[in-house]
Ligand binder design. Structure first.
Ligand code: DGY
Length: 356
């Protein structure tokens, strides 16, 4: 007597499908759908597709999960879809049940996930690189312009009915054209920023672990600085565009920040932890540097409170990649990563600590 269809074992069971228990169980002609727990509200189109493809448990209220809820989700899920607001430390990984085999992060940065703990427990981690590049570069350029040209200060004047009319010395900012931009981290976003900045007449300089390929350096007319210290001391603008890893935590330390020129403007759309925020705030208060454009903070959603009192700072609420198109693309990537994994293949955006 043959096995009933529902118990059929496929001839070659791929590792991932096997570990999710997918190839041994069938419902009709369809492989059983994995339990996918999503920690935050995602765009409607993505949630709908997830419901079609997976046994998806969504968070339509969008209330962030506390630590206990996160551990419970990890304990139950076969695939967990967190975002940067979820701290997936070793304790959460430890609470993961035997069925959790994939953490498909909704976002590119994975500094909130303990990759070593995940690896030790045999859990694959994926992210959503590439689709946020142009949006983030746009916003980085916007922050450079807003800070140098006092955009938000001007807007506040208008909204507070304080404008008494044009004057030759009113609201003077600084021009971008002909000045030097130093990009810390010349990956996808750094290069996309460089393309935009070149169009604004900025000279492109960069520090990176490796030089970019010659053709990229030529296209961008970019000057490589092996020494971050030396680059920082010579730039008019500095933009932080590297990932946050143990190696880049406080890369812009108190010592390095002090190398900046008093006329320098610093912009950060990467992660708050790359800059020593306390020292940055102190230098902005003392006018040791001219200004800062910040989209990210060390302890989000908190920040050094003195930043809120300063006119030489433009503050955004971590929204550099926040476009509806970008969020949908991110969701599509998450779905593709899950689908590929569940089907027994290596997901396209697997993250390994050694890649960061
Ligand atoms: C990311 O994907 O890491 C971004 O910071 C989200 O905005």
């Amino acid at each position: 007597m043959g096995r009933p269809e529902s118990q059929a074992v496929l001839p070659s069971r791929p590792f991932w499908a096997m570990t999710l228990g997918l190839s041994a169980e069938r419902e009709g002609t369809f492989v059983r759908r994995p339990l996918v727990i999503v920690t935050r509200k995602l765009p409607d189109a993505i949630e709908t597709r997830m419901m079609e493809l997976f046994d998806a448990r969504l968070n339509t209220d969008d209330a962030p999960l506390d630590e206990a809820a996160l551990k419970a989700a990890a304990g139950e899920a076969e695939v967990l879809v967190p975002t940067l607001t979820d701290r997936i430390g070793a304790d959460v990984i430890d609470a993961a049940g035997p069925r959790l085999k994939l953490i498909a992060n909704f976002g590119t940065g994975v500094d909130h996930i303990d990759l070593a703990a995940a690896k030790a427990k045999g859990i694959t981690v994926t992210n959503t690189p590439g689709v946020l590049t142009e949006d983030t570069a746009d916003m980085t350029m916007a922050l450079i312009l807003a800070t140098a040209r006092r955009l938000t200060e001007g807007e506040r004047v208008m909204r507070q009915h304080q404008w008494t009319g044009w004057a030759p010395t009113f609201m003077l900012g600084h021009r971008l054209w002909g000045r030097r931009l130093g990009i810390v981290g010349m990956g996808r976003i750094g290069q996309a920023l460089a393309r935009r900045a070149k169009g604004f007449g900025l000279a492109i300089h960069y520090h990176n672990r490796r030089r970019v390929p010659d053709e990229v350096a030529q296209e961008l007319d970019a000057t490589y600085w092996e020494s971050l210290d030396q680059m920082l001391a010579r730039m008019d603008f500095v933009s932080v565009n590297c990932p946050h890893t143990p190696a880049t935590y406080h890369l812009l330390s108190a010592r390095r920040l002090k190398l900046l020129r008093p006329s320098a403007i610093i912009v950060n759309t990467a992660r708050g932890g790359v800059i020593d925020e306390e020292m940055l705030a102190q230098m902005l208060r003392n006018r040791d540097i001219a200004g800062a454009g910040l989209d990210v903070y060390e302890r989000e959603p908190d920040m050094d409170p003195s930043l809120l009192t300063l006119d030489n700072v433009v503050l955004l609420p971590h929204m550099s990649s926040a476009t509806i198109e970008g969020r949908i693309d991110m969701g599509e990537k998450v779905i593709l990563n899950i689908k590929t994994f569940v089907d027994g293949h290596r997901p396209p955006d697997r993250v390994l600590a050694s890649m960061l």
